[in-house]
Ligand binder design. Structure first.
Ligand code: ATP
Ligand code: MG
Length: 466
């Protein structure tokens, strides 16, 4: 690949070169942009390294490019702004040394090589010079290209030091391994095992961010298994890590819930990019360890794991600092994940189907997607049969929906009308009567129509008059 040609696609980079010359500084493109160029991926985000004053350089170049909105982070010595469709980030070359007690690095100006050396992985140490004397030249100090070709993650220096300086890099290692499907060298794995407890000093938001980037991989199980195998999962998400392992009693053993979950997450990732649906797949069986019982003559049971799993989400969301507006969605999917399969028999009534439609509401399609992903049998005949079962349930759902137009289900007779007929003020009783009408519709006693509901109300009204 001719690099100069590749970066000439971005004519604004010439301005960088001129400015650096004028300011007697050096400027390079570093990090993800260069890495992704060699991976054949286009990226709209540029990271620039300036040997000199990064913030002043960013200021000057923003003026040259006629961009007014520049954001400067003084304490970190970084700056960023948007230019056309590109997102440009600037940092001055630094030599970082960490104070073990505090999370903040002490930042001192450094040389190009000092800066490159403290970066996380060799594939992220690649730089392209934008300076006049060697414009477009690749600087590959730590054999990053070789590692891209070999598809491996390595640290430029001893990973024990890399991870000790910033333990988040452990998560970043698993994230890159999972996103890019690269192997991580044994030294990184060993260092992660030894350093994992230090993740406790890292801000939860940064950890969660990497965790979700792992979930957005094509095959998230790569990252999930790395976290599990190194014990990192037991530090950051112990509820998932205790799902691992199998117990056997007499002839009975249950499947390894963690390994099963990995397959479910990979399955669902083939059909959805929605990271929250993927998260639901990750946690759907989360309460199996707590509900596990051995029943003589039957084997292992996990009674009530759906309900308990849903309840566990409060503390999980708090600990991982997840957005609370997503909690009901996740709880609903956990709580209902066994329901569709209970509805496959031919003698299941319309009202049972209706209940599922009403309880799942908008989430019914996601629920079925989860159920289908939950099929992890290795026997293809069984898989086909189970998939057909869900097909059957969804056909029934379709039938009932058409019959009832149930999607936005609510009593067709509204509260104010109930109050008028019963001659009562707003009170609990209004809700009770409304629920009774809704129940009658769900049970199929009356159709989901205004006239029928009104007649029903007239019939029962005397029960509520005193
Ligand atoms: P992506 O943008 O795809 O997440 P990236 O490699 O560009 O990947 P950024 O977080 O934008 O990641 O960081 C830019 C560069 O800064 C990285 O390539 C890496 O060289 C360096 N870097 C970022 N975070 C760290 C860190 N915690 N420790 C060491 N180096 C880091
Ligand atoms: Mg980047």
């Amino acid at each position: 690949m001719n690099l100069t040609e590749r970066i000439e696609k971005f004519p604004f980079l010439i301005e960088f070169s001129e400015l650096a010359k004028k300011r007697d500084e050096k400027v390079y493109i570093v990090g993800g942009f260069v890495r992704d160029l060699f991976l054949g991926r286009d990226k709209k985000e540029f990271d620039f390294l300036i040997v000199g004053d990064g913030v002043e350089f960013a200021n000057a170049i923003s003026k040259k490019l006629k961009q007014k909105k520049i954001v400067i982070y003084k304490t970190f010595g970084t700056a960023q702004f948007q230019y056309d469709e590109y997102f440009l980030e600037f940092v001055g070359a630094r030599e970082e040394s960490y104070d073990r007690a505090s999370r903040n690095p002490k930042i001192e100006r450094g040389s190009f090589l000092q800066d490159i050396k403290r970066r996380d992985f060799t594939i992220n140490t690649l730089a392209i010079s934008l300076n006049e004397n060697d414009f477009g030249e690749l600087i590959d100090t730590y054999k990053g290209i070789e590692d891209i070709e070999k598809k491996i993650l390595r640290t430029p220096i001893d990973p024990m030091i890399t991870f000790d300086d910033d333990p988040l890099r452990i998560m970043r290692a698993f994230r890159f391994a999972s996103n890019l499907e690269f192997d991580i060298v044994d030294e990184i794995k060993d260092a992660a095992i030894q350093m994992k407890e230090r993740l406790a000093i890292v801000a939860q938001e940064r950890i969660t961010d990497e965790f979700f980037k792992i979930l957005s991989s094509e095959r998230p199980s790569i990252g999930l298994r790395l976290m599990f195998d190194t014990g990192v999962m037991s530090v950051i998400f112990p509820e998932i890590s205790i799902m691992g392992g199998v117990e056997q009693r007499k002839d009975y053993h249950h499947k390894d819930v963690f390994q099963h979950t990995c397959i479910v997450v990979d399955n669902i990732s083939k059909v959805t990019d929605d990271v929250w649906l993927r998260f639901a797949a990750l946690v759907h069986d989360i309460a199996k360890p707590q509900t596990k019982r051995f029943v003589e003559g039957i084997g292992w049971t996990f009674h009530g794991h759906e309900e308990m799993g849903a309840r566990m989400m409060k503390s999980v969301f708090e600990k991982l600092k997840l957005p609370l507006h997503k909690i009901e969605y996740i709880k609903k999917l956990i709580r209902l994940h066994l329901r569709p399969i209970a509805l496959v028999d031919d003698d299941v009534t319309d009202s049972a189907i209706r209940r599922l439609v009403v309880q799942a509401g908008e989430e019914l399609d996601d629920l079925i997607t989860l159920c289908r992903a939950d099929i992890t049998s290795k026997n293809p005949n069984k898989v086909t049969k189970y998939l057909e079962n869900y097909e059957k349930v969804m056909n029934r759902v379709q039938e009932v929906r058409e019959k009832d137009k149930l999607r936005e289900f609510q009593s067709p007779v509204k509260g104010d009308e109930i109050m008028r007929v019963l001659d009562i003020k707003p009170s609990k009783l209004v809700g009770i009567v409304k629920t009774r009408i809704e129940e009658a519709i769900l049970e199929g006693d009356i159709p989901n129509e205004y006239d029928a509901a009104y007649d029903f109300l007239m019939k029962i009204k005397n029960e509520y008059k005193n």
